[in-house]
Design a protein around this ligand. Structure first.
Ligand SMILES: C[S@@+](CC[C@H](N)C(=O)[O-])C[C@H]1O[C@@H](n2cnc3c(N)ncnc32)[C@H](O)[C@@H]1O
Ligand SMILES: Nc1nc2[nH]cc(C(=O)O)c2c(=O)[nH]1
Ligand code: SF4
Ligand SMILES: [Mg+2]
Length: 211
């Protein structure tokens, strides 16, 4: 059983697979409190669901891709079993995670999207740097940028730790806070080896849950 906030079908709005029709499984609960969090409604509540029912609900939608998110999905230990079962069922699975919890036990078929928390998130001291050692080309690292200070911090991590040699590195403007054009100009000025992303679902549907 897992505590689930919502299961919905949408276009992947973030990271490397942006634009692909995807089923989202949002797990309830998170031990962090990022200043910009757009998913606070997943902190509490939710519904206990059996694995079979989660898989059945997922299968109702015509998708090859499944994204497990939250809240912080890895805060529920049994999330690991769900990820395995989704892979066994043939889905291309991604996991959105805060980087505050050990990602090494995650099934290697899963693309782990690890968000390194920036200073302005208010949660940078929660980053588990040992996670970097477990990542490979199939995984993704992400920085959500709130300010020039966040950008410079991210740039320092990316260049100082050669992160682009590990896996795909993404930068994303904090929605409604960081001007995206400005971020694009900074990336270009430095020739930073990253992929900049916008939250496609918010451009399409605004900031509403279940999209
Ligand atoms: C809601 S979190 C859930 C997964 C996990 N707790 C995490 O933080 O990665 C999914 C992704 O949305 C990003 N996110 C949340 N609020 C955002 C905002 N206002 N603007 C841009 N990205 C945001 C997070 O940084 C994270 O990369
Ligand atoms: N369309 C869509 N794509 C997403 N990719 C990651 C999401 C998340 O909240 O983790 C998300 C989301 O909430 N909606
Ligand atoms: S870790 Fe993710 S879900 Fe938790 S507060 Fe931060 S952005 Fe929101
Ligand atoms: Mg979201």
């Amino acid at each position: 059983m897992l505590k689930i906030t919502e299961i919905f079908f949408s276009l992947q709005g973030e990271a490397r697979d942006a634009g692909r029709p995807t089923v989202f499984i949002r797990l309830t609960g998170c031990p962090l409190r990022c200043t910009y969090c757009d998913s606070e409604y997943a902190f509490f509540g939710g519904e206990w669901m059996h694995f079979d029912d989660i898989l059945a609900e997922t299968a109702r939608h015509p998708a090859r891709h499944v994204c497990v998110t939250g809240g912080e999905p890895l805060a529920q230990k049994r999330c690991l079993q769900l990820l395995e079962q989704l892979c066994d069922a043939g889905y291309a699975v991604s996991l959105e995670t805060s980087g505050a919890i050990d990602v090494s036990p995650v099934d290697e078929r899963v693309s782990r999207v690890v968000d390194l928390k920036t200073p302005d998130s208010g949660e940078a001291d929660r980053n588990l740097w040992s996670n970097l050692g477990t990542l490979g080309p199939h995984d993704q690292l992400k920085f959500v940028i709130c300010s020039r200070g966040d950008y410079e911090w991210a740039r320092e991590q990316i260049t100082g730790r050669s992160l682009a040699d590990l896996c795909e590195v993404l930068v994303s403007p904090a929605w409604g806070q960081q001007d995206p054009t400005q971020l694009a100009e900074w990336v270009l000025a430095d020739g930073l080896p990253v992929r900049m992303q916008l939250q496609l679902h918010k451009l399409l549907w605004g900031d509403e849950p279940g999209k």
